[in-house]
Write a protein that binds this ligand. Sequence first.
Ligand SMILES: [Zn+2]
Ligand SMILES: [Zn+2]
Length: 263
Amino acid sequence: MKVVDSHCHLDDKQFATDRDVTIERARAAGVERMMAIGTGEGPPDLEAGIQLADRYPFIFATVGIHPHEAAKAVPETFERLAELVSHPKVLAVGEIGLDYHYDFSPRETQRQVFIRQLELAALSRKPIVIHTREAWDDTLAAIREHALPFGGIMHCFTGGPQEAEQALHLGFHLSFGGMITFPKAQGIREAAVLTPSDRLLVETDAPYLAPVPHRGKRNEPAFIIETVRRMAELRGATPEEIASITSRNFDQLCQPVVVPAKS
Ligand SMILES: [Zn+2]
Ligand SMILES: [Zn+2]
């Protein structure tokens, strides 16, 4: 099986002592490529994903400001993002969006920073990776207003069938993570079943949200296999088929260009 982890935080402190072996374990488990989310610890830490992508040919990156850190953005942040987004291994702008659960940044600031990054994605002709929590209507309103010209991913999709239909109607791909293995996540599983094959993605969001049977532990890209297996059961497919269609969808949306690692 060869699968793409469309969303992981490989720069996270939780991998500080064993990052390289974690990446090796992922490759040994069949994770052919990984998208390293580049939000880091928030501005001015904007190159967290790129640093990994520069080291490994099979790691790609995003750049962006997470809604949690929206309040740390200053004018120079947006100038630097506009430069970094054209790095050949940056495939998307993200994760961006709104998080009204934690409210780590004021909501109005979150909205402004989100919209500036929607504009940046449109200008740079790249898809977006959305993080949204308890802010569904405002997230969709911002996207409707600014359109989705180069597509996007609803990362760690946690809605039910109705939210899935709305996001699909806007043109999104839905990326499912370890939560589809959680006993109580019936609504998410229903969404996973109704998502058309050509809009389906899988991710770990490592180090967060490890799938069963690793639930509660640090998550890592190798564990995506559990999510792929569960997805296969739900959709009446083989794990290999799920791995293959989600990898193809990733490629079509993000158009990765293989660039040799810097020596
Ligand atoms: Zn997120
Ligand atoms: Zn994430």
